[in-house]
Design a protein around this ligand. Structure first.
Ligand SMILES: [Fe+2]
Ligand SMILES: [Fe+2]
Length: 273
């Protein structure tokens, strides 16, 4: 733990990048206990949009991740790939403690869609919030994530606010980082499955990284068997994507923040084999 200063309680957040298929789920299961021992996070968040063989997440897979100690699961453009998740979202009444309520889909999707884009919980006797957003550059056109963030931040009471910005373009993620600097605790990019080395605490006190990277097989093209993707680039024929298996890594970031102000103190990037 971060040494406590008088009057301050530090909160530590562990965020695990896109968990891809069985290899990603397995390394989380194998390595999360050590990570917890080593870093003692108060809140564990993971992007699970690729948990089901690269495409979406099913309720049992989400529940397995919750049982490992993950508090909140974020997603992105793959959220609807497994239709069961729609029923799962609709089964709950929105009770913050239910497992279905702790899986997010991007908040800037059409407002009448099933599911939620924000979760508000409590840890260390302090409230925290998780926001899931999706970019619009080289992605399907959703509501403006910048203005949706403005609206959500007017409603959220917690000081500690973690944002998963699920987006393709580095520029869009960096721009959102500057836009929200000082207003949220952390903005962590997901979706590209390629970790970036630009983690830092911005001047206003927001921890930022363009992409946390994938938790899954790196002997691949962003998780998929490399031969299939190389073939796709060569001949452009339709192909069924299958998860790769080699060189599995867990990518994550650890963020320390002051829970009384919500300001980040530190962000550390992890890649574990
Ligand atoms: Fe992903
Ligand atoms: Fe994605």
């Amino acid at each position: 733990m971060v040494p406590s200063e008088v009057g301050h309680i530090y909160m530590r957040i562990l965020f695990i990048g896109d968990i891809f298929g069985r290899p990603g789920r397995t390394i989380v299961k194998e390595r999360l206990p050590d990570l917890v021992k080593q870093h003692a996070p108060d809140v564990i968040i993971a992007n699970g949009e690729n948990a089901a063989a690269g495409f979406g997440i099913t309720p049992p897979l989400a529940e397995d991740l919750f049982e490992l100690g993950i508090d909140v699961i974020t997603t992105g453009n793959h959220v609807w790939d497994k239709r069961e998740i729609v029923d799962y979202f609709q089964m709950t009444d929105g009770n913050q403690n239910s497992m279905a309520r702790r899986i997010l889909r991007p908040a800037n999707y059409a407002p009448d869609l099933p599911g939620w884009g924000v979760y508000e919980g409590r840890k260390k006797d302090a409230p925290y919030a998780v926001i899931n957003l999706q970019g619009r550059v080289f992605m399907t056109s959703n509501d403006d994530p910048f203005r949706v963030a403005d609206r959500l931040l007017r409603e959220i009471k917690a000081k500690v606010i973690f944002v998963d910005m699920h987006a393709e373009a580095t520029s869009e993620k960096i721009a959102l980082g500057w836009y929200l600097d000082g207003r949220v605790t952390a903005i962590v990019g997901t979706h590209t499955h390629v970790p970036t080395a630009d983690e830092r605490v911005l001047p206003g006190g927001t921890a930022y990284i363009t992409d946390a990277g994938m938790t899954g097989p790196y002997e691949s093209v962003i998780g998929v068997k490399k031969e299939l993707i190389v073939g796709k680039f060569l001949n452009n024929m339709p192909v069924r994507f299958e998860p790769a298996t080699g060189d599995v890594r867990l990518c994550a970031v650890v963020i320390d923040c002051d829970e009384t102000t919500g300001k980040a103190k530190k962000i550390e990037r992890l890649m574990i084999t």
